[in-house]
Design a protein around this ligand. Structure first.
Ligand code: ATP
Ligand code: FE
Length: 368
């Protein structure tokens, strides 16, 4: 079967075609406009999705080398996300499914960040996807050739496993009992971890989204240069707003003494922040693993692209006997391939939506 998948929950317009569990194409148009504003502007995101969606879907079909007639079903992100953004993908998917007379499949974006691990790409060697253009419906893209391997670990996780979803809007530890049977064991009480990265970056004057930049600078910095306190939060929940405040005060204090403090110490500050954040995540993961006795640990969401969390997980394999599952880079941040794999899994079970389905800005992971 061929699943066409559409993702438009935030500021990336993406379309993918999957043949069963294999990704034939995964086109992502990243909206550059938000950089000017230091964060996502919902109304502009919605408008950019409207401009991008037709060319992005077209390109996904061309890259996959299939015709609209070949599509078996259309999967789309129903939520959670920005309402104006979700509406574009939802309306488009509904119309196209109606026009082609194929089943419609709704997908929960946070389930998709986890179920991305079930993608089974063939190992075709060579390189990662290239950046071609932005804001023109031809952003990051992945053709049927030139993909690198399958998920970087050697296999797909067996149930039950623990998933740490770390993204721009969420931070959750999820007990995954089956594809569509998930239970949240802990989550953030305030900011998401991606926000913690982005807001810290903003304090340092870095452009949005700052997470990947913090990661890049951190790689050349000393992680022990500036120790930041870790929050004390009970159970498996998280809190990142206190950390953000202590970073803000620290930088204000140091900049008052030396106006060039940030520029002179950027790498060390980034490394120190990153070490603190990854430490917080790993502490809770260890606790969750102890509590449940589960040692299969997967990560997902944009922050799972972070080099330090990836390294910490690899170390935990040796040190704790965990089996860890880390997604390929292109399946970490928002992409339609992950929507497509959920679409395929639901297609197999006949879990279809109907034309009355509507976008859902708040959408719990336990429901489908
Ligand atoms: P959600 O999935 O919760 O709805 P979202 O879809 O906006 O939110 P994602 O696209 O999954 O979020 O992730 C984006 C976040 O990932 C941003 O906060 C970004 O800074 C962060 N991020 C991406 N790469 C890295 C990295 N290498 N290090 C740290 N953070 C990163
Ligand atoms: Fe996301």
């Amino acid at each position: 079967s061929y699943i066409l998948a559409i993702e438009s929950s935030c500021d990336d317009t993406s379309a993918a075609v999957l043949k069963n569990k294999k990704v034939l194409s995964n086109v992502v148009a990243t909206q550059k406009i938000h950089e000017e504003y230091g964060g996502v502007v919902p109304e502009l995101a919605s408008r950019a999705h409207q401009q991008n969606i037709v060319p992005v879907v077209h390109q996904a079909l061309v890259k996959a080398n299939i015709d609209k007639k070949d599509i078996s079903a259309i999967a789309f992100t129903r939520g959670p996300g920005l309402m104006g953004s979700l509406l574009v993908g939802t309306s488009f998917a509904k119309s196209l499914a109606l026009g082609l007379n194929v089943p419609l499949i709704e997908v929960n974006h946070m389930q998709a960040h986890i179920l991305a691990h079930f993608i089974e790409d063939e190992d075709e060697g060579i390189g990662r996807d290239e950046e071609i253009g932005r804001d023109e419906g031809i952003g990051r893209q992945q053709g049927s050739k030139g993909r690198k391997g399958k998920n970087e670990d050697s296999s797909v996780p067996e149930f039950p496993f623990l998933a740490l979803t770390i993204s721009g809007g969420h931070t959750q530890i999820v007990l995954v009992k089956h594809h569509f049977d998930m239970e949240i064991l802990g989550e953030t009480l305030d900011d998401a971890v991606g926000e913690a990265f982005d807001k810290s970056a903003k304090i340092m004057g870095l452009p949005y989204p700052g997470g990947p930049l913090v990661d890049r600078y951190a790689q050349e910095g000393n992680p022990d240069a500036f120790p930041f306190p870790k929050p004390k939060v009970d159970g498996l929940n998280f809190s990142f707003s206190g950390l953000k405040t202590s970073i803000l005060y620290f930088i204000q204090r140091e900049t008052a003494k030396n106006p060039d403090f940030v520029t002179e110490n950027l790498k060390d500050i980034c490394a120190s922040i990153q070490k603190t954040i990854v430490g917080i995540l790993m502490d809770k993961l260890k606790k969750a693993s102890k509590q449940t006795g589960i040692t299969r640990i997967a990560i997902g969401g944009g922050v799972s692209a972070n080099s330090s969390i990836r390294m910490a997980l690899k170390q935990a394999e040796k040190k704790r006997g965990w089996t860890t599952y880390v997604p390929k880079f292109e399946y970490c941040t928002d992409n339609a391939a992950m929507i497509g794999i959920v679409g395929y899994l639901k297609y197999q079970e006949g879990l279809f939506a109907n034309q009355a389905v509507t976008a859902k800005a708040r959408y719990g992971i336990g429901s489908h």
